[in-house]
Design a protein around this ligand. Structure first.
Ligand code: 6GU
Length: 249
């Protein structure tokens, strides 16, 4: 997979791409990420990339010509051009799964008030937002998208750790523990030391449901949840607070 980032701040990406899973995927040749400096495509002496908004109002708008030139030179025709903007469609695990199936795509990072609408009309295939808050530019969002997508590319991380994690099953993750068994008087739940795989699986599912009820209750309304999850959720609601108290957490 090849990801092209169009940005006024290409240097922001080096540290992030040089670390951990992403760096390994790049080193193995599973993905290539290139950050392209939009400013290099401005043809005037001072490489100006922004200007005042027609119609007035505060803030600057990114000019269309440098962005268009960058897209025409750096992007593969037919591949998606994703504009990162707080006005975009919400980026979710489902969207990450869709992008992970692409051969390559481009992430266009806006700054200032945004980019000229005509460049969006001419080139952009998708607009994505990573959440309901305003960042000063699309770069941090681009890193979030790259991270979430690259780890879904086959071979980048093992299948088992993908299927277990938050959202893969429509629930938030259960709690994790490692050594020591006793950390400052807080013990690892006994069930995790018991070796009963089926009991551990049910306990983790219960903890996932409880976590989801507490932090993201709307996720439990999904019709896609498996029957076992619906039944256990209903049981937890029926039994209320006391559920699972004797199981060591
Ligand atoms: Cl994609 N861009 C900006 N500037 N702010 C955001 C965002 C994107 N997603 C959430 N906030």
């Amino acid at each position: 997979m090849t990801v092209t980032i169009l940005t006024l701040f290409p240097d922001l990406f080096a540290g992030y791409l040089g670390s951990s899973i992403l760096a390994r995927a790049i080193a193995r040749g599973q993905v290539a990420v290139k950050a392209v400096d939009i400013r290099a495509f401005a043809t005037d002496k001072h490489h100006v990339c922004d200007d005042a908004a027609y119609g007035g109002g505060p803030g600057m708008v990114m000019k269309p010509e440098p962005i268009a030139a960058a897209i025409e030179v750096a992007c593969v025709p037919g591949q998606k051009v994703v504009y990162l903007t707080p006005a975009g469609r919400r980026f979710t695990q489902g969207v990450a799964e869709e992008l992970a199936r692409e051969q390559g795509f481009t992430l266009l990072c806006g700054r200032y008030e945004g980019i000229d609408q005509r460049v969006i009309d001419a080139f952009v295939t998708d607009e994505l937002s990573i959440g309901d808050y305003v960042l000063s530019g699309g770069e941090v969002a681009a890193m979030a998208v790259i991270d979430a997508v690259v780890r879904l590319v086959p071979g980048v991380i093992t299948g088992e750790s993908l299927e277990e994690e938050s959202f893969a099953q429509g629930l938030l993750e259960y709690p994790h523990y490692t050594r020591p068994e006793d950390f400052r008087g807080r013990r690892v739940p006994d069930i995790l030391l018991s070796g009963h795989h089926e009991k551990i699986r049910r306990w983790r599912l219960q903890k996932s449901i409880e976590k989801t009820m507490k932090n993201r209750p709307e996720l439990l309304d999904s019709p896609a949840l498996p029957e076992e999850v619906r039944e256990l959720a209903a049981e937890i609601v029926r039994e209320g607070d006391g559920h699972g108290r004797d199981e060591g957490a």
